[in-house]
Design a protein around this ligand. Structure first.
Ligand SMILES: Cc1ncc(COP(=O)(O)O)c(C=O)c1O
Length: 363
C-alpha cells in the first residue's frame, strides 16, 4: 500500500472512545493510565524481541520493578542477588517487603535459591559494576524444581545478547533508559514473560500506581529498538578493545570485563552472551584519590550516572549507584574507593584510550 508510514504515530490522547457493551465485558476503558496505542506498539515489539508472550512498559526501570514486587512478589519469599542495582536493593523494604540477599559468591546464591519454595529469585544478567554473571542455567533448574519464579533484570546484557525467557526464566526486566532508548533522553522500563497469569496482576499494579510509560517516551524506545543490536555490537567491540588495552597498560590495578579471560565469569559470558559483553567495563585505580583525579582529568568521557547511551560516561559507583550499601558490603562486592565504571558509548576505541591514557598517566 502506498503512503504507509514506516514508523508508528505517537498517540498523545489520554482518552479514547469506548463502546459500552465492550466495557460491560471488561474491555479497555479507553484511559491512557491503563493502556495506550503507542505503548502497545512498543510492548508488541519488546515481546517479540524477548521471545515473550507479553510485555508491559513502565515509566522507568524502577517502576517496572515496583510493578513486579507489588504485582507478583508480595506474599512470597523474595531472594535478591546482592549485586543488584542499589535502588533495587532499597525498594523491597520501602514497600514493606523483606528480601533475603545472597551471592556472589554464587554458591551462596544457589544455596539460598534452593529454599525459595514458591518464591521469587531476582538476579541481574550482568551485575554492576563488577559485571558478575550469575549461574542462570542452574538457577532455572532450581526455580522449576522448587516452583519459584526466576526474574532476570537484563538491563546490562539487553535482549541483543541474552534472552532470559528462552533460557527458562519466568520474567525479564529491562531498564529501557539504558541501551534500549540509547541516547540518554528518556526514562523507561519493561517487564515481559510467557505466562499470561503473571501479566494480569502486574498490569493491575501498573494501573493502580499510575506507572505506565508515556507515549512520547514509548516512541523514543521504539526508535531505540531499531538500532539496539547494531549499537550493542559496536559498543561491545569497543569495550573489549579498551578493556584489553587497560589490562596491558600497567596503569590500573584490575579490570573487570566478562569477555576478558581474567574475569571470574568469563566462561559463562562466552557461553551465554556469545562474546557480546556490552559497552560497560570497570577498573580499579587503587585509591579514592587516584579515582577522583582520573575522573577530573577525563575530557571526552563525562563523569555521570547511567550507561549504554551514545556518549562515553564514567561513573564512581562507590559514591553513586552503591553509596547506600554498608562499607562491609561494598568491600565484599568489590565496590572499592578506587573503582571507576566506564560506559564507552559510540566513541571509537582510539578516542577513549587516548582520553584514559592522558587521565591515568599523571607523571
Ligand atoms: C540494572 C539496573 N536495573 C534497573 C535500573 C533502574 O532503571 P531506571 O533508572 O530506568 O529506573 C538501573 C538503573 O541504573 C539498572 O542499572
Amino acid at each position: 500500500m502506498a503512503g504507509e508510514p514506516l514508523m508508528p504515530p505517537i498517540h498523545l490522547s489520554v482518552t479514547y472512545t469506548y463502546d459500552v457493551e465492550g466495557l460491560l465485558e471488561g474491555g479497555w476503558t479507553g484511559y491512557s493510565r491503563e493502556s495506550n496505542p503507542t505503548v502497545e506498539e512498543l510492548e508488541a515489539r519488546l515481546a517479540a524481541l524477548e521471545g515473550a508472550r507479553w510485555a508491559l512498559a513502565f515509566n522507568s526501570g524502577m517502576a517496572a520493578i515496583t510493578g513486579l514486587l507489588l504485582g507478583v512478589a508480595r506474599g512470597r519469599r523474595i531472594i535478591l542477588e546482592r549485586l543488584t542495582y542499589g535502588s533495587t536493593r532499597l525498594l523491597p523494604p520501602l514497600l514493606g517487603l523483606e528480601a533475603r540477599l545472597a551471592g556472589p559468591p554464587w554458591d551462596e546464591l544457589l544455596h539460598e535459591a534452593d529454599s525459595c519454595s514458591g518464591g521469587v529469585v531476582f538476579v541481574e544478567s550482568m551485575g554492576n559494576p563488577t559485571l558478575r554473571i550469575p549461574p542462570l542455567e542452574e538457577l532455572v533448574g532450581i526455580a522449576s524444581e522448587r516452583g519459584c519464579l526466576l526474574v532476570v533484570d537484563n538491563t546490562m546484557a539487553t535482549p541483543a545478547a541474552l534472552k532470559p525467557l528462552k533460557l527458562g526464566a519466568a520474567l525479564v526486566v529491562e531498564s529501557l533508559t539504558k541501551y534500549v532508548v540509547g541516547h540518554n533522553d528518556a526514562l523507561g522500563g519493561s517487564l515481559a514473560g510467557l505466562d499470561p497469569g503473571l501479566r494480569a496482576p502486574i498490569w493491575e499494579a501498573r494501573r493502580l500506581t499510575g506507572t505506565i510509560l508515556q507515549p512520547f517516551e514509548a516512541y523514543l524506545a521504539i526508535r531505540g529498538l531499531e538500532t539496539l543490536e547494531a549499537r550493542y555490537r559496536l559498543q561491545s567491540a569497543t569495550a573489549l578493545e579498551v578493556a584489553r588495552w587497560l589490562e596491558e597498560s600497567g596503569l590500573v590495578k584490575r579490570v573487570y570485563y566478562p569477555c576478558l579471560e581474567s574475569h571470574p565469569d568469563h566462561a559463562r559470558a562466552q557461553r551465554l552472551l556469545g562474546g557480546l559483553c556490552g559497552g560497560v567495563l570497570s577498573f580499579d585505580v587503587g585509591t579514592r584519590e587516584r579515582a577522583l583525579e582520573a575522573l577530573s582529568r577525563l575530557r571526552l568521557v563525562k563523569p555521570s550516572a547511567s550507561f549504554g547511551a551514545t556518549k562515553p560516561m564514567a561513573a564512581y559507583p562507590y559514591a553513586s549507584s552503591h553509596r547506600s550499601l554498608p562499607e562491609e558490603e561494598k568491600k565484599r562486592l568489590g565496590i572499592t574507593p578506587g573503582l571507576i565504571r566506564l560506559s564507552v558509548g559510540m566513541a571509537s576505541p582510539q578516542e577513549i584510550i587516548g582520553d584514559l591514557e592522558r587521565a591515568l598517566k599523571t607523571h
